[in-house]
Design a protein around this ligand. Sequence first.
Ligand SMILES: Nc1ncnc2c1ncn2[C@@H]1O[C@H](COP(=O)(O)OP(=O)(O)OP(=O)(O)O)[C@@H](O)[C@H]1O
Ligand SMILES: [Mg+2]
Length: 498
Amino acid sequence: MAEELLRAEHINKAFSGVVALQDVQFDLKPGEVHALLGENGAGKSTLMKIISGVYTRDSGDLFINGEQINHDLTPHSAQHMGIGIIHQELNLCPHLTVAENIFLNREFAVAGGVLNKKKQNEAAKEYLSQLNLEIDPATVTSKLPVSKQQMMEICKTLSLNARIVIMDEPTSALTEKEIEDLFSVIALLKQQGKGIIYISHRLEELSRIVDRVTILRDGRYVRTLNFGETSLPEIISLMVGRTLTEKFPRIETPRGEKVLEVKHLSSPHGVGVKDVSFELYKGEILAFAGLMGAGRTETVRAISGADKMSAGEVILNGKPVKIKSPAEAINMGLFCAPEDRKRDGLCVRMTLAENITMPSLDVISKFGVIMKKLEGEKTASMVKSLRIKTPGINQYVRNLSGGNQQKVVVGKWLMRNAQVVIFDEPTRGIDVASKIEIYNIINDLKKNGIGVMFVSSELPEVLGMSDRVIVMCNGKITGEFITRDTDQEKILHYATQY
Ligand SMILES: Nc1ncnc2c1ncn2[C@@H]1O[C@H](COP(=O)(O)OP(=O)(O)OP(=O)(O)O)[C@@H](O)[C@H]1O
Ligand SMILES: [Mg+2]
């Protein structure tokens, strides 16, 4: 067995003149989990895409199993050399079945080139069961929730039997139980002498699996450390280049009048929502806690017109309203930033400026014509206040790093004059320093008397930022607390009450 599975040295990469990586190094040993850490836009995904043949490096040395790679890798040749990658963004074909996605381009053929569906489904089931997934391989992928789709991506990579497994933010959309299942699989891969490169912004989970960490900042190599010989505060300060004092910048403002009331809401979509009633006040931050699949996303989708509700009433500023589409919701001053940014939140083939001003076209147009200068000014100020890392406002959104795409989703809704702003997992995939900026934006909304709701699976964030918490489980509200009177344990108790 080679001493090293992978070594990258002096790696440089620029995108049309914009430097993404500069003199970066990284190595991976058999049987280890090596975390690659850094803020949004630090260059983590770019380095991984170079190693897996998606991008070609501009210069630098790459060794795989001790052998220097002098040619350009392609995704196919990298796969052939034992490199498997779970990409940060889902790459599944939504209209294909689970098994078809897992074996895409490697279909099970029988003589005559006819697909052996039965055999393929059986093989898929094997891999699914490794991850404790009870999904019928013949299910159409788009019918599955995001967390299950993410698990499928993991399955797909496992089925390649790679020696180097790259996981770019694998857990950002997973439930607690799925994370446990993934960690058991990682332990198994380690035992088999495979190497895992692990990227995550959920720093708390690192201690569970990680052996070494390498930190990048602004496309440059900072340091590699043994995890046992460092601490999270040290890692964070190396990532952001300064010490962060306050994780949750909570502010106290008086609660205003009632702005939103939801009565007996039911929605048949997804996991289904039954008889949900609550109120939201001006200048209040209301968190929706619960486990993944508790019905929180379905609740906010129904309120904001993304899904049709089957029963219930929504009262905005004292007036009963019927919101039949997100466009109507926006006109009434109710905005929802969705959880699946690629599918619902962004047009990745359009520019940052076009995306961020999309809900505000009326604000930036005159006589139906977009005022380009105004569009530019509004976008530039949002880029500045959210610290969106981009070479310019006309960059295509698909070229932004994952976390910076998320900031665009948030920024879109901040351009409008809102009454109610709903965020679904607003800080998913966002680095520690930028999280604080999103919290500051939420605080700004609060200061301006806007009612803010957010769905979050991260309890520290729920406890650190909200005034009140509603806990959901199985499509129903199971508990409601004033945040300062509750704690993690209590919320978890109600989140698991079936
Ligand atoms: N195809 C591309 N074209 C232009 N610029 C790109 C492209 N891919 C990445 N970049 C830029 O390279 C830089 C590094 O991006 P990368 O996606 O590697 O960051 P990251 O560390 O993975 O961040 P995150 O934590 O947000 O996922 C960013 O500034 C990004 O905008
Ligand atoms: Mg990334």
